[in-house]
Design a binder for this molecule. Structure first.
Ligand SMILES: Cc1cc2nc3c(=O)[nH]c(=O)nc-3n(C[C@H](O)[C@H](O)[C@H](O)COP(=O)(O)OP(=O)(O)OC[C@H]3O[C@@H](n4cnc5c(N)ncnc54)[C@H](O)[C@@H]3O)c2cc1C
Length: 459
């Protein structure tokens, strides 16, 4: 028993903070947590969960269009009630938030509805009550926040992903600015729901950091679905008038829109948190610099999740929180391996990816065999719907070990989870070859790709 109010005080009840608090309490620690907005954090309240619900909503348009080829007629034009979607989504989010609060409570964690700031290595102030709390350790799990282009003329007329989930009116014309996964997902959402959608991105190609075949492939298929994709393009000004927004690019192009959604990256939520004053080292992006054990430069202060800017995904934040709590309070020391992270992009079509991209593999390995397959998914045959499934496997030709798998098409997110298990286990191409196919599926291609489409040999 220490003289502190708590053994652990967690700031931020999102993916990482909630997991760490619950596990630490289960191991017997006295834990308090503060949340300034809503329990569940970005993922539950204004990230993964509402986003995926919106993706589901946006996919019905295609399903309705394709039903005819399978003999169905809908007898009339289906109509979309955006307000109803928002209302139902809000109910679901409120239900989930309740579960998060109850689970923390059941684990014995004390909940504080307040913004918290750090006042020293063991001291936190709750701004709602001005209460000062002491803790043997503090865990910073405050996540990140969307960037805006503050210097842009008309910046006040833009929204970010935060507001996109609460629009009072469905935009007939939407511009999404950005080329990362959140930008391409929202472009698919608005397009699918029936908004005339333009994606404006300053880079050469969307989805920087992903395998190039996926980047160019998604770009093409987004255009096929009716999204206008403008790369190497930036916005110079936004002007509001009675009929909407006039958006002018630096190249002088004028686009009319009802909403302009900026998805140009996220920054760690460290401003005004008292970290630097307490001696915690931050990097240039404002992220907390941590050891693999998530310890900051101040030994009693730890940080997990997006605020550390390691891999900004919910399952990673959860793992980091869990590892911290087990290692510190459970006598089970472990840390997260960030080298093999399967991930999905809920673009339309969907993307699943794990391991090295071709560009990364070529930089690290001498001899690589590349297997690719591209075909029309069976569901698209009777409907006559465009769109292709794409699968790519990168193999180290010297050891037969699979270095990366990248897929695009229906259910890629579901597939990549299981593919990720095999790569984490160190699967070889021979392991895939001796696995019996499941027929008829798209995934069977992964175990039937015989001849490489390309062989890269440096010697
Ligand atoms: C639109 C969108 C879609 C996404 N989709 C996916 C996806 O499909 N898959 C995926 O894996 N990831 C996705 N993410 C990323 C994912 O949401 C984050 O990686 C994850 O939420 C990070 O968890 P965290 O615990 O670090 O922070 P968060 O979940 O952001 O939680 C931080 C919490 O701290 C609170 N807080 C901040 N400062 C203070 C303070 N001073 N005092 C008290 N409370 C404070 C915040 O209100 C917040 O609730 C998405 C993100 C966005 C924005």
């Amino acid at each position: 028993m220490t003289n502190f109010d708590y053994d652990l005080f967690v700031i931020g009840a999102g993916s990482g903070g909630v997991r760490a608090a619950r596990i630490a309490a289960t191991h017997g620690a006295r834990v308090g947590i503060a949340e300034e907005f809503r329990y569940g954090g970005t993922c539950v309240i204004r990230g993964c969960v509402p986003k995926k619900l919106f993706v589901y909503a946006s996919k019905f348009t295609e399903e309705f269009a394709n039903a005819d080829g399978y003999g169905w007629s809908l007898n009339g034009t289906p109509t979309f009630d955006f307000d109803k979607l928002i209302e139902n989504k809000d109910k679901e989010i409120t239900r989930l938030e309740g579960i998060y609060r109850r689970n923390l409570d059941k684990s014995g964690v004390e909940l504080h509805d307040s913004r918290a700031v750090i006042e020293g290595p063991n001291t936190v102030r709750l701004l709602s009550t001005d209460q000062v709390i002491t803790a043997e350790r503090i865990l910073v799990a405050v996540g990140a926040t969307p960037n805006v282009d503050a210097g842009l003329v008309g910046c006040e007329h833009t929204i970010t992903s935060n507001e996109a989930f609460h629009l009072s009116e469905f935009p007939k014309r939407t511009i999404v600015v950005g080329g990362g996964y959140i930008a391409v997902e929202f472009a698919g959402i608005f397009n699918g729901m029936g908004s005339e959608t333009t994606l404006v991105y300053r880079g050469e190609e969307i989805l920087r950091g992903f395998d190039m075949d996926l980047r160019t492939g998604l770009h093409e298929q987004m255009e096929e679905k009716g999204i206008t994709v403008k790369t190497k393009s930036t916005i110079a000004s936004i002007e509001k008038h009675e009929g909407g927004l006039t958006v002018t690019t630096h190249a002088g192009e004028v686009i009319e829109a009802d909403q302009v959604l900026y998805a140009i990256g996220r920054r760690p939520n460290t401003a005004g948190l008292g970290l630097e004053e307490a001696g915690v080292e931050l990097d240039k992006a404002g992220a907390v610099v941590v050891t693999p054990q998530s310890q900051s430069s101040v030994p009693s202060i730890f940080a997990v999740g997006d605020v550390t800017n390691r891999a900004n995904l919910t399952p990673v934040a959860i793992r980091e929180g869990h590892a911290f709590a087990d290692s510190t309070y459970g006598g089970k020391e472990w840390h997260v391996d960030h080298s093999m992270i399967p991930t999905a992009v809920f673009s339309q079509p969907e993307i699943g990816t794990v391991g090295l991209t071709q560009e990364e593999a070529e930089a690290r390995f001498d001899n690589i065999d590349i297997y690719t397959s591209s075909f029309r998914p069976m569901k698209n045959t009777l409907s006559g719907k465009p769109g292709k499934m794409f699968l790519k496997m990168l193999v180290d030709a010297d050891t037969d070990k699979i270095l990366g798998i990248h897929i695009m098409g229906p259910d890629s997110g579901e597939l990549i989870q299981i593919i990720g298990v095999t790569l984490t286990m160190g699967a070889t191409k021979a392991d895939y070859d001796r696995t019996i196919a499941v027929h008829p599926t798209a995934a069977e291609e992964l175990v039937t790709m015989r001849e490489p489409t390309e062989r890269i040999r440096k010697n």
